[in-house]
Each structure stands twice: as C-alpha cells, then as structure tokens.
Design a protein around this ligand. Structure first.
Ligand code: SAM
Ligand code: SF4
Length: 475
C-alpha cells in the first residue's frame, strides 16, 4: 500500500510549507458524509487502498450513530488484522524544563515564574534511568524544554549517557526524543548518538490559531516548526514522529492536516512518519484554558479510529495524559504504543525531589498514575500482549525499510515473536508472582497462535535461554 504522490498530484518539496488552511477547510466543508459513503471509504481502507483527503473528510464528517459505530468497529478490526494484540510500552523521561518559549497552554512556559526550573545533572539522569530500568523499562523518550542550554550536543550526550546505564539485567535499548526542532546539522548530531524517533508536534496546524498560542521565542515561527521533520529526514533521521495537541483548534482540521503531513513526508522522502501522537490538552499549572475547542471523549475516540483507518501502518501513541478508563477504550481503536509508570515531574523516577518538597516541575497534570507493573498486569488481563521490543531500529529496519516490512505477516512473524521474548524477559526479571503466572499463560497462547506464521520451536528454545539467564534475543 505504497503512497503514490502522482495519485493526488502532490508536488511537495522538502522544506517548503505544505499546509493550505483554505484547501483543508474546503475539503471539510465540501465533503458530504452518509452511512453508504462511510462504508465505501472503509472498504477501500480494508482493500489497502490509500485514502485521499476527501475520503478522510467523509469519515471526519460522519455524525450519525450508525456511521460512527461503523468507523470504530472497523478501526478495531483493522488494528487486530495488522497489529494483532501487541502493545509496545515506554516511559517519558523529562530531562529539563528550562524554556524560552511561551506556549500559553504549557506549565514550562517562560512567563510561568511559579515553575521550579530544573535540569537533571548527569548523576541525577543516571539515577533516574536506573530507577526506570529497575522497573523493567527498555524504551524511553527524553523530553526537553526549548532552551539554549539544550543544544544538540547536550541532547546527544544525554542519549549516550542513558544508553550507558545498566542495572542488573536492566538496560535502555531505544531512546527517542521529544525536543525543540533543530537545524539540519543539529539533527545530524543527535542522530549520531543513536536515537530512535525524533518527535516534533505541530500543536495546531492552523497558522492563525498557532500564532495566538505561541507569541514568543523560536516556537513562534509556524513554518520553521512545520517543516522541521523535513530537516530531520534530510539529516538521515528517518524515524520521525508527528502530532497535534488536540484542544487548540477544531479537531477535524487537525486530523486532516495530520494526514496532509503524512502525505507531505511520503511525497518528499518516500517515507511516512513512524508515529502519530494525539495528545489532548490537559490542565497545567497557572494555565487558564480556552474551552472552545476542547475535544470530548466521544470525539477523541472517533478521531483515533479515523487516524487508524487512514494510515494503517503508522504507529499511534496514546499517553498517560488520558485516564485509565479512556486509555482502555481508545486502545482498542488503533493505538500501538502507550507509556506506563509515567512520572513527568523532573527527577521523580528517582523519587528524591518530592521529599525535598520541591514541586511544580510538571508540564501538565497526567491522569493515569498506574505503575508499569499494574499496566502490564492489566494489559495481560485484557488479552493484550505487552511488548518492550526495540528490534527494528537496531536491525536497521527504519524509515522506508520499516514501511516495506510493515506488511501483514511481518508484524506477526517479527513483532509478535519479539514481543513474546521481551515479555519473557520482563516476567523473569521484574514481574510479581501473579503477573508471572498470567504472563506465561499468555506466552503459551500467543505461541500457539503464531504456529501458522513461523516455526515456533526456535522461538521456544529462545524462551528457554531467557529462563536460564540470556537476554536481548531478538529477530
Ligand atoms: N519543548 C518541546 C516542544 O515544545 O516541542 C518538546 C517538549 S514539550 C514538553 C512536548 C509536548 O507536550 C508539546 O509538543 C505539547 O504538545 C505537549 N503539551 C504541552 N502542554 C500541554 C498540556 N497542557 N497538555 C497536554 N500536552 C501538552
Ligand atoms: Fe516550552 Fe515545549 Fe512547553 Fe512550549 S510546549 S513552553 S516549547 S516546553
């Protein structure tokens, strides 16, 4: 299901802004939706035809309950067919909250003088990574404010430090980044450090709305941010993550713009984004929020399902900004990655700062405070297969290569197998007795289901090796 730019006559060029707000609004306003039209679009998605912007607008404009249910049920089914029941787990690690920007929704904004500013020192970073490893985490996303202190070299050093921390059998095998957009040279520097994905969220794709929320600092430049991941691609980072902060503008406009962004990357580089994120605006310290565009739970579920149908092979990330209840519901419609055991207060994984009463280090408030152990156990109870897999990028299966591999069969043969192996490691090293018991049963069940896709004897022998102490066995 390769995207063909000719199909929609997209003549995008790297580095050239590609969002035309009039065009996007016209597609939304000019596209009618009905149960029949929704069914036709969904049939196209299942036939692995790439959906056009107009097709996506048919889904976006669905208002009647039959169409909406159809979209959700179909997203669930598509997710099952492509991804199976695997959910990849990670944790965010906030490295520093100095920030020279003034995004009006964010607790780290420069004008928030109540925020306690903190950058982890190298030894604090190591302590926090150790704590995360001792919980069983294998994948981190390092998060930074935008500040001259957080240079590409600083970020690269943090990445190298994280990779160097080992605690017992614990190690971090994939470090992703969510930081300010860099210039091309900056992206080269962080790529050299061996990062996985570089995420930059556009926040809102509506330029005039964007300009209201971002009045100071480098982030005020809409277009510099819009094409930032083009620079990352040119610099050789071919796993990039896009996203919109839902609640700043009409969610329908944002969804269609995200698809336009996917098309842009594919037209320019032949590679779509590795992941899409769809954070919803949360309460933040000293922030008074305009409620006009806040997305309710029903629309949120709808937009996740629509994204799943529109870009079936792109990873979708759901974070602990959402409550346990919402996460449970939305997980079914298409998410492939969630964070777990999340703490976003700077330094909180090592647990020191709360004791010192130094609070106010959070960017916003999160709604799912469960531990990694709790999330793993509940995923298993709900029939999901928790995965800590980091194989693809370590095997060079990134960017275009990743897309080539992301065909039915590949996910089962490689991803499910690697999920089983990393879950086996987790059970041996970190799980409590109850989780271990349920976890091994789940491994058995998944091995059984995998028989049609690969020779499971070799996989079983790897599990035995893990039980006897070997680690990091992956396909
Ligand atoms: N400082 C960098 C930037 O702005 O791109 C990267 C890190 S920023 C801490 C990560 C993301 O958090 C932002 O891109 C934004 O989408 C999200 N965010 C900020 N304030 C938020 C809020 N109040 N609720 C939910 N998400 C928020
Ligand atoms: Fe700074 Fe990022 Fe927060 Fe904006 S969203 S104030 S750039 S940390």
């Amino acid at each position: 299901m390769k995207f063909n730019p000719q199909q929609y006559r997209i003549k995008d060029e790297p580095g050239v802004p590609f969002i035309d707000p009039v065009e996007i609004q016209e597609i939304i306003d000019g596209t009618e939706s009905s149960v029949e039209k929704v069914s036709t679009v969904i049939a196209r998605s299942f036939a692995k035809e790439r959906l056009s912007m107009q097709d996506v607008a048919v889904l976006i404009n669905a208002r009647d309950s039959v169409s909406k249910q159809l979209i959700r049920d179909s997203a669930k089914e598509l997710k099952k067919r492509i991804y199976g029941n695997r959910i990849v787990l990670f944790a965010p690690l906030y490295v520093g909250n100095l920030c020279s920007n003034n995004c009006s929704y964010c607790g780290f904004r420069a004008s928030n003088t109540d925020a306690v500013r903190k950058t982890l020192t190298e030894s604090e970073l190591i302590e926090n990574v150790k704590a995360l490893e001792e919980n069983g985490q294998k994948r981190l996303i390092l998060v930074f404010g935008e500040h001259r202190n957080y240079s590409p070299e600083f970020i690269a050093n943090a990445v190298k430090t994280v990779y160097g921390v080992k605690s017992g059998n614990g190690e971090i095998r994939r470090v992703n980044i969510n930081a300010a957009p860099l210039d091309e040279e900056g992206f080269r520097v962080v790529k050299e450090a061996g990062i996985g994905t570089y995420q930059v969220f556009q926040e809102t794709y509506n330029k005039s709305s964007y300009e209201k929320f971002h009045t100071a600092g480098k982030k005020a430049d809409f277009n510099y941010r819009l094409v930032s991941l083009d620079r990352a691609m040119v610099a050789g980072i071919d796993d990039v993550g896009i996203g919109a902060l839902f609640g700043l503008y009409d969610w329908r406009f944002e969804v269609l713009s995200l698809i336009r962004h996917v098309n842009h990357l594919e037209a320019c580089f032949n590679i779509g984004p590795h992941t899409i994120s769809f954070p919803r605006l949360q309460k933040a310290l000293e922030v008074k929020m305009d409620t006009k565009y806040l997305v309710d739970d029903d629309d949120f579920q709808q937009l996740v399902a629509i994204l799943r149908l529109a870009v079936p092979y792109t990873g979708m990330i759901l974070t602990a900004r959402e409550s346990e209840k919402v996460r449970k519901e939305v997980l079914q419609y298409g998410c492939s990655q969630i964070d777990a055991g999340t703490k976003i207060e700077i330094g909180a994984y090592a647990g020191k700062f709360r004791e010192n009463q130094e609070l106010n280090r959070e960017q916003f408030y999160i709604n799912d405070n469960r531990s990694l152990g709790d999330v793993v156990r509940e995923l298993i109870d709900d029939g999901y297969l928790p995965s800590f897999c980091t194989a693809c990028y370590r095997k060079g299966r990134t960017g275009e290569h990743f897309m080539e591999f992301s065909v039915p069969g590949f996910i089962k043969r490689f991803c499910t197998a690697n999920a089983i192996l990393t879950l086996a490691e987790y059970i041996c090293d970190y799980a409590d007795e109850k989780t271990a018991e349920k976890g091994w049963k789940l491994v058995e069940k998944n091995l059984e289901e995998l028989k049609d896709f690969r020779d499971t004897d070799e996989l079983k022998s790897r599990i035995e090796k893990i039980k006897s102490g070997q680690r990091d066995l992956y396909y």
